[in-house]
Design a protein around this ligand. Sequence first.
Ligand code: ADP
Ligand code: GLC
Length: 479
Amino acid sequence: MRKILFAASEGNPFIKTGGLADVVGALPKYLDCKKFDVRVILPKYLCIPEEARQKLSHVTEFYADMPRGKEYIGIDKVKVDGITYYFIDNEHYFAGDSPYHEIFQDVNKFAFYSRAVLASLPKIKFSPDIIHCHDWQAALIPVFLKEFYGQDSFYQKTKTVLTIHNQKFQGRWRIDDIENCRDLSKDCRYKAMEAYHETNFLKAGVIYADKVTTVSETYAQEIQTPAGGEGLDGVMREASGKLVGIVNGIDVEEYDPMTDTALAASFGVRRMSGKKKDKKALQRELGLGQDSSAMLIGIVSRLTEQKGFDLVNRIMEEMMNTMNVQVAVLGTGEDRFQKSFQYFAGKYAGRVSATIGYSEERAHKIYGGADAFLMPSQFEPCGLSQLISMRYGTVPIVRETGGLNDTVEAYNEIWQTGTGFSFANYDAQEMLMIIRYAYDVFMNHPKEWRMMMKRCMNADHSWQNSAGKYEKMYLDLLG
Ligand code: ADP
Ligand code: GLC
């Protein structure tokens, strides 16, 4: 039995701000439990909902040597769906109403987390064959492992994998100002960890990890180019021998239109009538006109530049004035996008709805009730929202980048193939053209649209395939 530890800053069902939590919450369940003992270790944030915190049981506590002196580390645990989750407790670092704060605090917090993970494993006697680290927040684990535990017999066989979910976020800050990195050698801090005169957690992780993965094949290529590398393309090209792209899946039990309790009516490929009821219920709940013929476009997203909303802003007026569409937005993020969607919701009351906030329930209702799902990302390492929407027969309209390129097959009207609509360039008019095309198929070729909905629902984006690729990668690494 191989022992794998997932280390990440968020994970379903405890704490989620985006797709990382979905991956950390789902992938362990899909790895073969006869071959792999997979556990997860997360920070015990104070903002984890009380209901979930209540279920944790205390394992142990101790004080570890850290640059600030002796620091408290508590370890709690809970088992969910057969997977053991550990939590690192320290209220000095993990307080606040969200997992992330200002970057200068976060770099120190996650350096602490990474050290605490390594200090904790001997206490709980879990000696992993592989520590699978996710994103910059856990990227220093390979660094601390090699720098501080190189001679430690407990970690003698431990290998590390770093998965990059988003190369834009690197964990960068002034080298000498990160207290919890202070005792690393100067050589390490000023060479491997340094990029552009700052400490760069992601770069350090890429250099120290035994294997680096990212969440789609296209993104694995893009991050090696100046356009997609976010300044680290040279590092990624250098690491290309140990870099692989493995596309994400979704938890098909969590997202299942046949059993989803958030929906007004259930539906499936063979029984589609429920979807019409879900559209109607969604329109009612959001104050949209009860117009079954309007094409209802859903958006569930972090409202950030990455997701392409400046394109949407540019074409909103023209789209609303030339097509019978409705738009249902759910998201939080940058003020400028929150305000613009609120503005359009005011101006086009009854046709545009903007929910500024985070709501699992409403997200499910939008995935279930919308006709199309708009995701015109500037870049997208993988993207889960398009996979979820396909599972609910909600046809995605995407830009051909990263994982969107790998998971949405463009509609071909001659062969009647495809699972969505896509455009290539980051250009508002090009996007509008493709929305018009989708609108034309929706309005004038309902039979073709329906067939496409079914193809979306039949497409297999479960974790099964990709979990197999992770298993093979682990076994290759362990030799
Ligand atoms: P990213 O991780 O870049 O935000 P993904 O598409 O990989 O993008 O994953 C986003 C996940 O977060 C999906 O599960 C999506 O449904 C969810 N999500 C995003 N914004 C919200 C929101 N405001 N309310 C509920 N769920 C949201
Ligand atoms: C990141 C990416 C997103 C990806 C998710 C899970 O948040 O932005 O594209 O799907 O991680 O891997």
